[in-house]
Design a protein around this ligand. Structure first.
Ligand SMILES: Nc1nc2c(ncn2[C@@H]2O[C@H](COP(=O)(O)OP(=O)(O)OP(=O)(O)O)[C@@H](O)[C@H]2O)c(=O)[nH]1
Ligand SMILES: [Mg+2]
Length: 219
């Protein structure tokens, strides 16, 4: 007679079924703070909405634009009743009036600081210009708050494969030197080429469906 060891089955989420849930201008208008949520943050034009669309295979789900500052609300997408992705408004859109900018930042800060169902942050940076002031600010905040961060170096298709990896090594080295590497992982990504999707999905599974963590942990 053999003893079968119980192993938790990894929960592999189906990102193709993501649906738009709601948009919220402020924290009070967000859906109920329960279940698990992962937020996509980054400077304007970094490719947040495009990355969510690439995950779903639906280019019309999150609105993307050549004009930075397209996403001005906190947009919620549901994978299931208790699992959500959040497309945050981008930072650094110069053409928006100062008062409006301050207002967004206040709502963004409130969301990040108070949302208890937030399990991780995907921080997107254009691979050609990573670790700008806003990125370092967000990383510092997340590391101090103990929130895990997965950095997506986006638009990797703009660099050849070798240089894209070099850019990743440079970012890994820089965040280590800054003492901001605790709980932080880095990968290259391209929405247009759908490159790096599997890796991103594994990270999201580990955050949103924790029993998947052991089987598909770090790589
Ligand atoms: N070549 C290339 N272009 C990309 C990629 N991802 C996004 N883009 C382009 O970059 C621009 C901005 O993309 P968005 O996804 O709208 O960026 P965002 O971060 O959501 O911007 P905001 O909503 O303004 O904060 C669009 O023109 C996209 O088509 C990528 O992987 N490769
Ligand atoms: Mg957007």
């Amino acid at each position: 007679m053999s003893i079968t060891k119980f192993e938790a089955q990894p929960q592999k989420l189906n990102y193709r079924t993501i649906r738009f849930l709601t948009s919220a201008p402020t924290l009070t208008e967000c859906p109920e703070d329960s279940g698990a949520e992962v937020a996509f943050a980054g400077r304007s034009n970094a490719g947040k909405s495009s990355a969510i669309n690439a995950l779903t295979g639906n280019n019309k789900l999150a609105r993307t634009s050549k004009t930075p500052g397209r996403t001005q609300l906190i947009n919620f997408f549901s994978l299931s009743e208790q699992q959500r992705l959040v497309d945050l408004p981008g930072y650094g859109y110069a053409k928006v009036a100062r008062a409006m900018k301050d207002e967004w930042q206040r709502h963004l800060a409130e969301y990040l600081e108070q949302r208890t169902c937030l399990k991780g942050l995907v921080l997107l940076m254009d691979i050609r210009q990573p670790l700008k002031e806003f990125d370092i600010h967000m990383l510092t905040w997340a590391v101090e708050a103990g929130l895990p961060v997965h950095i997506l170096l986006t638009k990797a298709d703009k660099l050849k494969n070798g240089p894209a990896n070099n850019a990743r090594f440079a970012v890994e080295k820089a965040i280590k030197q800054l003492g901001l590497d605790r709980g932080v992982t880095v990968q290259t990504f391209s929405s247009t080429k759908k490159a790096g999707l599997d890796k991103l999905e594994r990270k999201l599974n580990a955050w949103l469906a924790p029993q998947a963590e052991e089987a598909s942990a770090e790589d």
